[in-house]
Design a protein around this ligand. Structure first.
Ligand code: UDP
Length: 401
């Protein structure tokens, strides 16, 4: 974990923002804060914690990070819960529910929960831990998922745990639950302009990285960076690519690692692999390589993010930050980032024809790409960089502390 000082963000967000962060942190000096989630690698949550936790420490909080250790059977259950919260009807067996609760109970016993002043629990995996601890401190449930239309049975089953929390944080106003009488705060996620994923690259670094993965720049490149997950609609990306290449010769690069807490990844990946065999000009990459993602988001003519559901979609801000226009679906946190016609274009999920038309238009118009790209970067600079995320958290913590 890199130890970054908040002042290193001044060139991006200005001195006033950094001063506002220190001012907000003042009542919190020495606060012992624990973040709990279930994966160290893969997915946006772990990536954000890698940047946020050192910064919290930098401004005077004692922020720790604890990982709920899960075996594959636990993640089978929690992925089902994740799917159900995003609206898919799922059935859980009694055994699965028992496993979920058992792991949480065991983890609650040996975690240093009572040694911290505030606990932030990320996502559903460690949600029930709160049930197994004598309360001595405020707990916050930070839900990164789109919970606007959850599967009822699962929502009702999880609610008794959520009711125990002192606060809930979701990514978008659209995810606020009218049937949840717990203080709910909205905090949009953010990207770190200094991380390997987003930092500036020299022309040489960029060329070497693409060369390492044998990705030529002889044709415009379309990119989607996403875990291989049905909610990210990788097969839809292939469908759009098929249509676009009828008008413009181009390449598609799909980068997707598999998060350790997502057991569905390999199966979705093999479906994609099967379809790609006959297609040509499609590169599938499953290695985790932040610099590669960085290089691709910079080299792409257009980045796609065709998710069916999306908590926020950090990949969108990442691409916009690199001045690459984005064609994305109008779901979850994406419309906060993609302002239609200004920082990119929005389509409804499954509208492959519409997406292909917009991608084609961007490919054919370099000036449009440049204009949309630079507006995208400015929008991210003002709204979705790490210091703003830190400031939002500090304000919520002050209320709770
Ligand atoms: N990511 C990555 N390599 C991959 C796939 C994703 O580094 O192969 C990163 C991506 O750049 C982003 C995060 O993982 O920072 C994914 O966050 P997002 O909010 O887009 O989706 P999530 O996976 O959390 O649903």
């Amino acid at each position: 974990m890199e130890a970054l000082g908040i002042e290193q963000y001044v060139p991006y967000v200005g001195e006033e923002m950094v001063a506002a962060v220190f001012q907000a942190a003042r009542p919190l000096y020495g606060l012992r804060l624990l973040h709990v989630n279930s994966t160290f690698h893969g997915g946006g949550v772990a990536g954000m914690l890698h940047s946020l936790i050192p910064l919290m420490n930098d401004v005077g909080i004692n922020a720790d990070w604890s990982l709920l250790y899960g075996d594959p059977s636990l993640f089978q259950v929690t992925k089902k819960l994740h799917n159900a919260l995003q609206g898919e009807p799922v059935e859980l067996t009694d055994r699965e529910v028992a496993d979920y609760l058992r792991v949480n109970e065991a983890f609650a016993r040996y975690s240093p929960l009572a040694d911290h002043d505030i606990i932030i629990v990320h996502d559903p995996q460690p949600l029930p831990m709160i049930r197994y601890q004598q309360r001595v401190n405020p707990w916050v449930w930070r839900c990164h998922i789109d919970i606007s239309t959850p599967h009822d049975l699962v929502w009702e089953a999880l609610k008794p745990f959520i009711l125990r929390y002192d606060g809930v944080v979701v990514s978008s106003e659209a995810f606020r639950k009218p049937d949840l009488p717990v203080d709910t705060h909205i905090i949009a996620p953010a990207i770190d302009p200094l991380s390997e994923l987003n930092r500036e690259l020299t022309t040489d670094e960029l060329a070497k990285k693409l060369d390492q993965y044998k990705i030529p720049l002889d044709k415009p490149i379309l990119v989607q960076v996403s875990r291989f997950d049905k909610w990210k609609d990788p097969l839809g990306v292939l469908e759009v690519f098929r249509r676009v290449r009828e008008a413009v010769d181009c390449r598609l690069v799909m980068v997707g690692n598999m998060a350790t807490d997502d057991p569905e990844g390999p199966q979705i990946f093999s479906q994609v692999q099967e379809q790609v065999q006959e297609m040509g000009d499609v590169h599938l990459i499953t290695q985790t390589d932040a610099l590669l993602v960085n290089a691709l988001q910079r080299s792409a003519a257009v980045v796609m993010q065709l998710s069916r559901r999306e908590g926020f979609g950090l990949t969108v801000s990442e691409a916009l930050w690199k001045e690459t226009p984005v064609v994305a679906t109008n779901v979850g946190g994406i419309p906060q980032q993609v302002l239609h016609g200004q920082t990119g274009y929005l389509v409804e999920p499954g509208d492959y024809e519409g997406a292909a038309g917009l991608v084609t238009r961007l490919l054919q118009d370099p000036e449009l790409r440049q204009r949309i790209g630079s507006q995208g970067r400015e929008h991210v600079r003002q709204n979705f960089l790490m210091p703003r995320l830190l400031l939002d958290w500090l304000r919520v913590l002050v209320e709770l502390a």
